[in-house]
Write a protein that binds this ligand. Structure first.
Ligand code: FES
Length: 93
């Protein structure tokens, strides 16, 4: 949890999966790290109440259902269940 403070994004690779952790108002979300539109790393994007905004062409993805809120991205991100245990974040992939 310490690596992902409120309002922050954190990207990491696990096996062949690239994942994004987002802390939106103290709630932890996990999604794919790479934008569905092109090869952009969403951990370098911007977090707001609507979700995570891609740094490249500015589509915003909802963190709960992964859906893009605006073009150019049309496909949703995969979203993953998250469990917090003893201040550690566990992502179900
Ligand atoms: S790469 Fe993310 S919107 Fe284009």
């Amino acid at each position: 949890m310490e690596q992902v403070k409120e309002g922050q994004l954190f990207g990491f690779v696990h096996d062949d999966k690239k994942l994004l952790i987002a802390n939106l108002k103290g709630k932890i979300h996990a999604t794919d790290l790479i934008c569905t539109h092109a090869d952009a790393d969403l951990s370098t994007g911007f977090l707001s109440e609507e979700g995570v905004r891609c740094p490249l062409h500015l589509s915003v993805f909802n963190l709960v259902n992964g859906k893009p809120q605006n073009l150019p991205a049309e496909d949703p991100l995969n979203v993953y269940n998250v469990k917090i245990d003893a201040d550690e974040i566990f992502v179900e992939v």
